[in-house]
Design a protein around this ligand. Structure first.
Ligand code: DGJ
Length: 721
């Protein structure tokens, strides 16, 4: 049983294959966290007696006149409230109508279910069990949800708060979950970055401080990912503690990670409360997004494998999670916005000479969009000036060559220079003081306004209904600024960012369900909204606008800490790269893009004969390895953040075959490097490209490779003999 309640000890145990998470109900009715670690086999062990003891430290005594008695400040808590003497970052704070902000909730009941209730209006993981605990005071009821994923060594957490008194209650902060531990020498690892350099691995020692990883952008963003890794200073890929926390949310989020002088460690995570207030009338309730926690005592790589399995099995649309992905040609880096019907047809014609599945027409096909970004967003009808006869001639050309057709949209945006804005300026999000911020000449659609929401839904549906479209790229090229909707009351404005996110999910839900045969790819100026909630709708997300193969080694290495390789889109793109202006060999670009759901994004009519040959071979090889990318186990072998070498390997679950890519950076002089394989079975393997057979231990010892060129890569397929 994954969830056990010991009624004598009033203790809950959440068990996975390798871990136990335990907490109890205290005599006063609080939930006290006891243990999170390697699986306990002996449940008679008195976990409470192992709880840390503290010396007197000016911690307030809860409901007692006796000094040195029970204090919430010196306890590991499951879900801490503001104003009860727990001085650390807390999980929730509400204000009652008399202005008081003390939430004295106590345990009332619990249930264990053999099913998992989904969150009503937000993405969450599918599952088959849940522990539901109800806490109450006279004003509010708080329900905590836990689910267990045994094989993936993961649990998920979330909360619902309900107003049970007659007056309005204002939520000031409500986190999805909390993790309290005891100890020191912890390090927080975040996936931080910027546009073109997303999800870089950054380490922050956690010592007597609070580390906050957050977004205030109304999107999960390029700067931070809704993820933290709690590790020890000596944790590495293959040994040591690695607890990963990932919030299933795409809007402004927060992780507050705290370590105190008496070695209490706390992480709380949820919707960012920096600008948040949500009013609840009697009987109304508020649901938080879901927080995923997975534990490994064998290093970061195992934690990543657990995330990958968890998301492929329980989060990504099951229709597509393991399904072969289309190999694309996207016109963006070849033509940008300045395409003509003729050069699109030329690209499609050239694509037909290769095994390309889908041609994707990117930005620029709609409204009066011409050469810049200042016109047309929101006008979801074809720009006949650019594409005479509409999309039909392009789609017909694709069909002639048995190529499918995909189309770019940016549903959440609007240009002031558009027909729809001239007709309905109120559809754009802006403050009563007018437009303050533009970004890329665009404004954000106020999706909280039902009319704007319906307009977007209907105008895009019309295009999808009237054209044979099998792929949609959903872009999002700016973040939110003036958090204000004309559709909300003044006292509701501080709830805007979350309401915007809920409406975005509702829109995505509508499209994904209404068009189940369309494959949706997420995008946000590159990888600016790469999070588990987006993955729920979009099985694939454009990883970064930086397609330079060397930069991608870092971006993809960082992204793989949480997300499965099949969820990244990576293309063989233009060289010198648009972002870094770096020149890398064509083979390197093919190898790095093969570690993703792959495609091409360059003017393929202009390739040299060697590049054409390389492209053809690469597609053929990709077809051979794509099942590994979708189903395999990832082993990160060389970390480019720590040495001037990158390598990642993906091994089939039955260990019968594997694919590995290894690459160097800029060389001072030619050099040799060992490629040391991992994750193989006890077999001999043929390395196809070298025509040699090696034993597992020979492969683990490594093969020596000679690098003579800057940014050179090798890639190998291994087959069990
Ligand atoms: C940003 C995306 O990341 C690019 O791939 C491209 O679609 C452009 N937007 C189009 O404006």
């Amino acid at each position: 049983m994954s969830v056990i309640f010991d009624s004598k000890k009033k203790t809950f145990y959440l068990n996975t294959n390798d871990t136990t998470y335990a907490f109890l109900i205290t005599p006063t009715g609080f939930l006290k966290h006891l243990y999170y670690g390697d699986k306990l086999n002996d449940f008679d062990i008195d976990l409470e007696s192992l709880s840390p003891k503290f010396k007197w430290n000016l911690s307030p005594e809860y409901n007692s006149k006796k000094e040195d008695s029970f204090s919430l400040n010196q306890m590991l808590n499951e879900y801490s409230a503001f104003g009860l003497g727990d001085y650390r970052e807390v999980s929730f704070k509400v204000t009652y109508n008399d202005g008081s902000r003390n939430n004295d909730l106590k345990y009332v009941s619990h249930e264990i279910h053999q099913y998992k209730s989904p969150i009503k209006n937000m993405p969450s993981l599918r599952g088959d069990n849940e522990l539901v605990i109800v806490l109450k005071d006279e004003y509010i009821e708080l329900t905590l949800f836990y689910s267990v994923y045994e094989k993936e060594n993961a649990i998920t957490r979330r909360a619902i708060i309900k107003n049970i008194n007659n007056n309005i209650v204002t939520i000031n902060s409500i986190m999805s979950g909390q993790l309290d531990l005891f100890g020191n020498d912890y390090t927080i690892v975040s996936l931080s970055g910027e546009w073109g350099k997303e999800r870089q691995i950054i380490k922050h020692p956690l010592n007597n401080c609070i580390i906050k990883i957050d977004s205030k952008r109304g999107a999960s963003g390029h700067s931070q990912n809704p993820f933290v890794l709690l590790s020890k200073s000596d944790t590495n890929e293959y040994s040591g503690l690695a607890i990963g926390l990932n919030l299933v949310y795409s809007g402004s989020f927060v992780f507050k990670c705290e370590h105190t002088f008496d070695n209490l460690v706390r992480i709380v995570s949820g919707i960012n409360d920096f600008d948040f207030a949500w009013e609840l009338k009697r009987e109304e309730q508020f649901e938080t997004p879901e927080l995923v926690i997975t534990y490994s005592n064998c290093g970061v790589n195992k934690m990543s494998q657990q995330f990958h399995d968890l998301y492929r099995n329980y989060l990504i649309n099951p229709k597509y999670a393991f399904k072969e992905r289309p190999i694309l040609l996207n016109n963006w880096e070849a033509t940008s916005i300045n395409f003509t019907k003729e050069n699109l047809i030329k690209l499609i014609n050239e694509a037909s000479k290769y095994d390309i599945d889908t041609f994707v027409l990117d930005d620029g096909w709609f409204g009066k969009r011409e050469e810049g970004f200042d016109k047309g967003l929101g006008d979801w009808f074809v720009n006949e000036n650019k594409l005479e006869g509409g999309l039909k001639p392009i789609i017909d050309e694709c069909k002639k060559h048995n190529i499918k057709f995909g189309l770019w949209f940016e549903p959440e945006m609007i240009n002031e220079d558009s027909d729809i804005y001239r007709l309905h300026p109120e559809y754009a999000m802006k403050s009563p003081k007018g437009i303050i911020n533009r970004n890329r000449y665009q404004l954000v659609m106020d999706l909280v306004n039902e009319d704007a929401f319906n307009y977007v839904k209907e105008s895009i549906s019309k295009i999808l209904d009237n054209n044979d479209i099998s792929y949609v790229k959903w872009d999002f090229n700016r973040n939110l600024t003036e958090y204000y909707s004309q559709a909300l009351l003044p006292q509701e404005q501080a709830s805007f960012a979350h309401r915007y996110m809920l409406q975005t999910y509702r829109l995505m839900d509508y499209f994904v369900n209404r068009y189940p045969n369309i494959f949706f790819e997420g995008c946000a100026s590159g990888g600016g909204r790469f999070d588990p909630a987006m993955l729920y709708y979009f099985p694939q997300i454009w990883c970064s606008d930086n397609s330079d193969a060397y930069s991608r080694e870092f971006i993809q290495y960082g992204t793989s800490i949480v997300y499965p390789l099949s969820s990244f889109t990576g293309h063989v793109s233009v060289c010198p790269s648009h972002v870094d202006k770096r020149i890398t060999p064509f083979k390197t670009r093919c190898d790095i893009a093969s570690l993703c759901s792959t495609g091409f994004e360059l003017d393929i009519t202009n390739l040299s004969s060697e590049e054409k040959e390389e492209m053809r071979n690469n597609i053929k090889r990709y077809k051979e390895i794509s099942s590994l990318i979708r189903n395999g186990d990832l082993y990160r072998l060389n970390n480019p953040f720590e040495e001037d070498l990158f390598s990642m390997m993906i091994v089939s679950k039955d260990k019968s075959n594997a694919f590995v890519v290894i690459g160097v950076g800029k060389l001072q002089k030619s050099t040799s490097k060992y490629l040391k394989f991992k994750g193989l079975g006890d077999y001999n393997y043929l390395i196809k490209e070298l025509g040699v057979i090696k034993t597992k231990s020979q492969l683990e010892e490594g093969i020596l490779l000679e690098f003579t060129q800057d940014y050179q890569t090798y890639s190998f397929i291994l087959n069990k003999q």
